[in-house]
Design a binder for this molecule. Structure first.
Ligand code: PEP
Ligand code: MG
Length: 756
């Protein structure tokens, strides 16, 4: 008999049992009979989790007096082990297993062979289904498969009958998984409490037994077709805005999507009487169990990919598409995802989104920059996170310590809330510095500006008391739009920003699209070859070629800044001529507007971002034509070290406080010294206290940082003596200490300067 037909004959009968108008207990009593008969087993028992214990709910073959009397802890005996590990056991001699425990009231001593499978719902074991036999023999693979399929259907029956404590599964489920603390990588500081919501929601399968097998088969065929179309479309778009790693992942997706073995196994599960959704889940469960035995991390990564794809398939088949953003958030939320794009994050309701936890992520990935701008704590690089957290779990995000607590116990929750309150107090203390000008101890004025990109960000100027906006990322408007923003919309935004800034300086950076900021509506003419988009057709390179785009933006900025000062900054300038070409586009537009008697800006200042190392070589030649230079340390670092800023594997490899970066920056400072050109830093580096200290030591006097860092950096500035740190820095640059970070930390500690 095949596994499919074994399961099918049981499921057909079970279907009738489940449909009958009898009490849940009566149904369970029938279920054990049906299974026992089908597998020719003397014993069949069902244990369900109640109040944290596995209670014998129904049995055939064991003493009936033991029903509702025999109770085992999770992890106790064979049954408890199955629930704890969510694993199958198949033993010819049960008594020889190290976890075996004998319960005299059951009368099970005469049964030698034992097999048990967990009954799983929402990735938690809510019970165990066991069969036992007098004769010592291992159950065959087909029998085990049938048991597993039946356990899946039983999960539905048990849930519908409310036999375990409802949807949340109450405290009992907590016993299965309990509190878990996961260590990750600190991406955005801050604390948050909320309920776990999956960015790609899991579909909860409500019906497991099929009414019409052929119809289910058709549904799966169609879903496979759609999924393959989606993957093909994603792969063909991949060259624009996706790093090499993503392309690799897509290739794996493609391999799985077209894998005959996978679709065949799903078909077999449908043959056994399951619905399309249940069949996909069933195959996934089996794969999960197999993979658990393999510890190869590479294979485990592939397992994640397969999980992603299986979830996608279930979503397609059940018609439950879309991300959690589209459904809307109803509670304080901690968003759980493998990774996110910046545009995807921006779709969420800011009032409800409290924190983000990712399996991937790196400090300077744009999604992280956006989260930082939104003031949302993020912890990343949490391996297998989605396997450990469940929708609706309480999650504590500690962006300061890079830790995430799942399902915290009361004590941990209380302690966390106390820290939360403390951090709010600290924030309030920083807020008091809002109107205090940041002078160093020796009287140097440091300009503390902020980075922005969303319309609402401008409000943060008044809230933080920043000196202005040192980097306005205009591409954010493009990222949040479904179509290319028209000139009028751009102009309106720029005017609103300048109005909101109330005379404070705003530096608009022209669009920096490409890299990890891809736009579905803007295709790449060189797409096919762009294997490395961060170093490819992006930012000014793209804008100069797409002259229409650049002209439109130039006009929008010039009109939007009518009657005010306009500061324009070009990203990714690698050679001086690129600056000249970009400036020429603006100047031509200015002439055009002037001829048509438009009101013009009172002054136009042009500057560059220094983020491609080559520019440092010719900076002296370009300086006379510039008003300002802003060092983009995010890109600069990735290019200096040849280390993709979005690649999680490299996220912790190189330190911003490395002699190479500091010496590089020192050289730029020296090149600009004595010229009227304003020099600043606008990368994420400047928003960290220790790094900011180093930058001040190098002679940087303008920082543009994430709004949340304005308070902490102002506070730092007031503790610094530029001569002291300048002198120390000169020594370290000449003779770099073995670990610059530690040396600087030590130095700061001696001076009573706190760092993050
Ligand atoms: C940078 O590269 O440092 C920068 C500030 O720009 P972005 O992060 O937008 O690339
Ligand atoms: Mg950059």
């Amino acid at each position: 008999m095949s596994a499919a037909s074994a399961a099918r004959s049981i499921l057909t009968t079970l279907h009738e049992v489940m449909a009958a108008r009898t009490h849940a207990q009566a149904k369970l009593n029938q279920v054990v009979e049906v299974i026992g008969d089908a597998l020719d087993s003397e014993v069949c028992s069902i244990y369900l989790l109640r109040d944290g214990m596995l209670e014998l709910f129904a049995t055939r073959g064991l003493n009936q007096a033991a029903v509702h009397v025999t109770r085992l802890g999770v992890g106790e005996g064979l049954t408890g082990t199955i629930a704890q590990n969510i694993e199958t056991l198949n033993l010819d001699q049960a008594a020889t297993h190290p976890e075996f425990q004998y319960r005299p009231e059951t009368g099970e001593e005469k049964f030698h062979s034992f097999a048990g499978v967990p009954i799983v719902r929402r990735e938690r074991a809510i019970g165990v289904l066991t069969v036992q036999h007098v004769e010592p023999r291992r159950y065959e693979e087909v029998e085990i498969e049938a048991l597993q399929t039946v356990a899946m259907v039983l999960a539905e029956l048990i849930n519908n009958a409310g036999l375990v404590d409802g949807e949340t599964l109450g405290g009992s489920a907590e016993t299965v998984s309990g509190q878990l603390i996961c260590e990750g990588m600190q991406l955005v500081n801050g604390l948050a409490i909320g309920e776990a919501v999956f960015h790609q929601p899991r579909v909860h399968i409500e019906q497991t037994v099929a009414e019409d097998t052929e119809a289910e088969r058709q549904r799966v065929y169609l879903a496979f077709d759609r999924m393959r179309e989606q993957i093909d479309a994603m792969t063909s778009q991949a060259e624009f805005g996706m790093g090499g790693e993503h392309v690799q992942v897509l290739e794996t997706y493609k391999m799985f999507a077209y894998d005959e073995g996978w679709s065949r196994r799903i078909n077999e599960a449908i043959d056994s009487g399951l619905t399309a959704e249940a069949a996909i889940e069933r195959v996934q469960q089996r794969t999960r169990m197999r993979m658990r035995e393999i510890s190869d991390p590479l294979l485990q990564d592939r397992m994640h990919d397969l999980e992603d794809l299986a979830n996608r398939l279930i979503r397609i088949v059940s018609g439950q598409l879309g991300t959690a953003a589209q459904k809307g958030l109803s509670k304080d939320t901690i968003l759980v995802a493998k990774n996110l794009g910046p545009a995807e994050l921006l779709e969420y309701d800011k009032r409800r989104l409290k924190g983000v936890v990712l399996e991937e992520g790196s400090l300077t990935a744009h999604v992280v920059i956006v989260a930082r701008a939104m003031g949302i704590p993020v912890v990343g690089r949490l391996r297998n996170l989605r396997g450990q957290v469940r929708e609706g779990d309480t999650v504590l995000v500690d962006g300061d310590k890079a830790a995430v607590t799942l399902r915290p116990g009361q004590g941990v929750l209380t302690a966390f809330e106390a820290r939360f309150a403390q951090s709010r107090e600290k924030k309030a203390a920083y807020a008091k510095l809002r109107d205090v000008e940041p002078f160093t101890r020796d009287g140097e004025r440091i300009e503390v500006m902020m980075n922005a990109g969303l319309r609402d960000d401008v409000g943060m100027l008044a809230m933080t008391g920043a000196d202005g906006i040192g980097l306005y990322r205009t591409e954010f408007q493009f990222l949040v739009s479904a179509t290319l923003p028209q000139r009028e919309r751009q102009e309106r935004l720029y005017r609103d920003v300048l109005e909101g800034a109330k005379g404070k300086k705003v530096i608009f950076r022209t669009v920096d699209i490409g890299g990890d900021k891809s736009l579905p509506y803007l295709s790449n003419s060189t797409a096919q070859e762009d294997e490395n988009p961060a170093m490819g057709w992006r930012a000014l390179r793209l804008a100069l070629e797409r002259e229409g785009l650049m002209k439109t933006q130039a006009r929008a900025l010039l009109d939007g800044a009518a009657g005010r000062e306009l500061n324009v900054m070009f990203p990714m300038v690698s050679e001086p001529w690129e600056f000249d070409a970009a400036k020429a586009v603006f100047e031509t537009q200015r002439e055009w507007l002037k001829a048509r008697k438009h009101q013009l800006p009172t002054a136009i200042n042009y500057g560059v971002m220094l983020e491609v190392p080559s520019l440092a070589e010719t900076l002296d030649l370009l300086l006379p034509r510039l008003s300002f230079v802003s060092i983009g340390t995010n890109d600069l670092t990735q290019f200096l070290f040849a280390a993709d800023r979005a690649n999680p594997a490299l996220a912790e490899r190189y330190d911003w406080l490395s002699p190479s970066i500091l010496r590089f920056l020192d050289r730029v400072v020296k090149t600009c010294a004595g010229t009227p050109v304003h020099l600043g830093v606008c990368g994420e580096m400047g928003g960290r206290r220790l790094e900011a200290l180093a930058l001040i030591g190098l002679g940087i006097r303008r920082l543009s940082i994430t709004p949340a860092a304005v308070g902490p950096i102002k506070e730092l500035v007031r503790k610094v003596d530029t001569k002291e740190i300048g002198q120390a820095m000169r020594g370290w640059l000449l003779n770099p200490p073995e670990n610059m970070r530690h040396t600087l930390q030590e130095w700061a500690r001696e001076k009573g300067i706190e760092f993050d």
